[in-house]
Design a binder for this molecule. Structure first.
Ligand SMILES: [Zn+2]
Length: 155
């Protein structure tokens, strides 16, 4: 097939490597946020007194009034499913045996995009209360993946 015969809108993937190294810093508030997950199994937000908003994840400045946010608050480890999607393929396009569930979990006035597990697809719903499942303390590395996934709140 020549280039002119290809559908220019068809998605394609190119496999390969790029020789780039980089170092990502989470910033001051991001470091507090990740350290709290790693060291204490807590999820922190930043509270703006002026706007009455609790940002999750924690951040250094309020996006509305630009105040510096010095106060972090423990927002707990339970939230609710704001929205979700099902992934039927891996990153390389390999079909998955079971779909992976990725959701936006509402926490405070913000939230996290993370995996959901231990849930039956028929039970999955917007507004479902969920709780974080952390790696064991010795396995945590200071990453958002120290939260293995969220699962329905056990009653
Ligand atoms: Zn504010």
């Amino acid at each position: 097939m020549s280039l002119l015969e290809k559908d220019p809108n068809a998605p394609e993937a190119w496999l390969g490597e790029m020789p780039i190294t980089s170092r990502y810093t989470a910033g001051l508030a991001g470091e507090k946020f990740l350290r709290a997950i790693k060291d204490e199994g807590k999820i922190l937000g930043s509270y703006c007194d002026h706007c009455g908003i609790t940002y999750v994840p924690a951040r250094q400045f309020c996006e509305r009034c630009m105040d510096k946010l010095d106060e972090t608050v423990d927002v707990g480890t339970e939230g609710e499913v704001h929205t979700f999607t099902l992934l039927f393929e891996d990153l390389d396009g390999t079909p998955r045996e079971e779909p992976e569930i990725v959701a936006f979990i509402s926490l405070g006035d913000g939230g996290l995009v993370h995996r959901l597990d231990e849930v039956e697809l028929d039970d999955l719903d917007i507004g479902m209360p969920v709780q974080a499942v952390f790696k064991s303390k010795g396995e945590r590395e200071g990453s958002i993946l120290d939260i293995k996934y969220f699962k329905p709140v056990s009653s």
